[in-house]
Design a protein around this ligand. Structure first.
Ligand SMILES: CC(C)(COP(=O)(O)OP(=O)(O)OC[C@H]1O[C@@H](n2cnc3c(N)ncnc32)[C@H](O)[C@@H]1OP(=O)(O)O)[C@@H](O)C(=O)NCCC(=O)NCCS
Length: 146
């Protein structure tokens, strides 16, 4: 499929997911290193208890082609997670549309610190939207269960 037939203007933004979209999200998660292995039961919980979520759907075939989600306290902090464009739609501008949509969402636009974490090779991508490494000496820490 050429990029011309992948017109981001034709996509719909959905803020909640149908059962079919959840199945497609589980499949999309299997394609990325940090989301691989997520199972449907857990993804259903994620969708129910997550903050704002953003799914771009191709209405032509009801295909979920991009996803992101966020969690926020409404004032100081918002964390943005799971920013993924389906491989067949990459390079079409959809990643940019997704980032602009998330950052301009009323629930997120005025939050003091909007944060995400990423590998080194994604830094140039996020810098395009004004993200910068938070501060020297600041560590992202994690306590894992299971
Ligand atoms: C990262 C991702 C969302 C980008 O989506 P995309 O639809 O290909 O991006 P776009 O076509 O909208 O590109 C927007 C701009 O970002 C640039 N860009 C895209 N991927 C980039 C990357 N990995 N590093 C730096 N710049 C990148 C494009 O060149 C374009 O720049 P331009 O506006 O100056 O032309 C997509 O590649 C993806 O889903 N990757 C796998 C999942 C992932 O790694 N997500 C991020 C986890 S932290």
């Amino acid at each position: 499929m050429s990029n011309l037939s992948r017109d981001t203007n034709k996509l719909e933004l959905h803020r909640s997911l149908t059962p079919s979209h959840i199945d497609q999200l589980v499949a999309l998660f299997q394609t990325e290193w940090w989301t691989k292995g997520r199972i449907k039961a857990d993804v259903e919980k994620l969708v129910q208890s997550s903050g704002p979520l953003f799914a771009f759907i191709d209405p032509h075939n009801d295909e979920l082609v991009a996803f992101a989600r966020a969690m926020t306290d409404g004032v100081y902090k918002a964390m943005i997670f799971d920013i993924i464009v389906k491989e067949t739609w990459r390079g079409t501008g959809l990643g940019g549309v997704l980032m602009n949509t998330v950052l301009n969402d009323p629930a997120l636009v005025d939050i003091k610190h909007r944060e995400l974490y990423c590998l080194d090779d994604m830094v140039p991508f996020y810098e395009k939207w004004g993200f910068a490494t938070a501060a020297a000496g600041l560590n992202f820490m994690r306590k894992s269960e299971g």
